[in-house]
Design a protein around this ligand. Sequence first.
Ligand SMILES: Cc1cc2nc3c(=O)[nH]c(=O)nc-3n(C[C@H](O)[C@H](O)[C@H](O)COP(=O)(O)O)c2cc1C
Length: 172
Amino acid sequence: MDVYEAIKNRKSIRKYKSTPIPEEKLKKILGAMRLAPSAKNLQPWKFVIVRDEEIKRKLIPACNNQKFIAEAPIIIAGCAFEDECYTYMGGYTSSYPVDLGIAFDHLMLAATSEGLGTCWIGSFKEEKVKEVLGIPKNVRVVGLTPVGFPDESPEAKPRKNLSEIVCYDKYE
Ligand SMILES: Cc1cc2nc3c(=O)[nH]c(=O)nc-3n(C[C@H](O)[C@H](O)[C@H](O)COP(=O)(O)O)c2cc1C
């Protein structure tokens, strides 16, 4: 599957089969995530791959009762080292949410290409996720995603037209 096809085919999946993910596929998608760019190539991240059924279940309340996440054989939590990222992006902000977002997007597109589904989980309580996964105080949780074989084929969600989101030469 080429990159355009993966981009087109990726959709947030909220229903999963319990079929395990072959190790080979998991390695491939984690490899794609590893190759993501980050500000100054600092790679201020760590990813917790959760396979344990009980830990997955405990993540449900931490993710505001989004039960479908635990249907998937794996949940990945994207963690960031706030003190090790580039802190002056645009002269005003830290790079870690962007760094992690790119890494997760690599993961998600690679997963699509492998016939796997994902769904960004941004609705979660950081303190609760940290407690369940034993994540240290100085590490941030940026997002999570279940990964598994889809058990639904949702329609593509609408997007704004290019003419609405692009302008040329000057902002207008
Ligand atoms: C930062 C971010 C946070 C999100 N958080 C959630 C979430 O907590 N739960 C959920 O079901 N979907 C979540 N989504 C998925 C969006 O709802 C979804 O990407 C959007 O509706 C477009 O649909 P699509 O991914 O199928 O193209 C999140 C997406 C992003 C990018």
